[in-house]
Unconditional design. Structure first.
Length: 193
């Protein structure tokens, strides 16, 4: 992507400060296993990049938007859409590590799954349809369920890992304070058997 050039006398648009997204938050044991896997990879490959913390481990379901301030009308519409979603708890398993393509010095190192994320993919489609009905366009047209461990300049060889699994019993609407490495959970919705 090319950097936008601006004419003298015109300011660059301000950078967003707030992000809104739906996510699955791993169970405590799974979050600890995710961070442990990240540390093993850091040690093995000499990666100095900062690892995601246990408190920020998540699987993004749908990016709602980036904003200069969190718009309450969008938050309300997203919450109403989420409240309409009906689904049963399901299991997820992440069993492979790989790099996504990104900027050359900022490649996401992620955990992905095979058959172990099929129910997650189906749930994400259900949520995306509810968001569409509420007038919120989903940014995840080519959804690949993953957990980001860190951002790194090196490519780590793709390979299988000891599977990390948990039962998903709820999903959440998360407010990310951009550039401040902080997530605030605004609401959670339980999955009902």
């Amino acid at each position: 992507m090319h950097e936008q050039l601006f004419l003298p006398g015109f300011d660059a648009p301000p950078r967003p400060t707030d992000r809104l997204f739906f996510a699955l938050i791993p169970a405590a044991e799974a979050a600890a296993a995710i961070v442990r896997q990240g540390r093993l990879l850091q040690e093995e490959f000499g990666i100095k990049s900062r690892l995601i913390g246990v408190d920020r481990a998540h699987v993004t379901l749908s990016h709602v938007g980036d904003y200069l301030e969190l718009p309450q009308d969008v938050v309300t519409a997203a919450m109403n859409a989420a409240a309409s979603v009906r689904a049963e708890p399901f299991d997820v398993t992440f069993e492979r590590v790989l790099n996504f393509h990104g900027r050359p010095r900022n490649r996401p190192l992620v955990l992905v799954g095979g058959d172990g994320v099929a129910a997650l993919t189906a749930f994400q489609r259900t949520l995306a349809k509810a968001l569409q009905r509420a007038g919120i366009r989903s940014a995840n047209s080519h959804y690949t369920p993953h957990v980001t461990l860190l951002y790194n300049k090196y490519n780590v060889p793709s390979r299988d890992i000891e599977p990390i699994s948990w039962t998903v019993r709820e999903f959440a609407l998360v407010h990310s304070l951009l550039g401040r490495t902080r997530h605030v959970t605004l609401a959670r919705w339980p999955l009902q058997p």
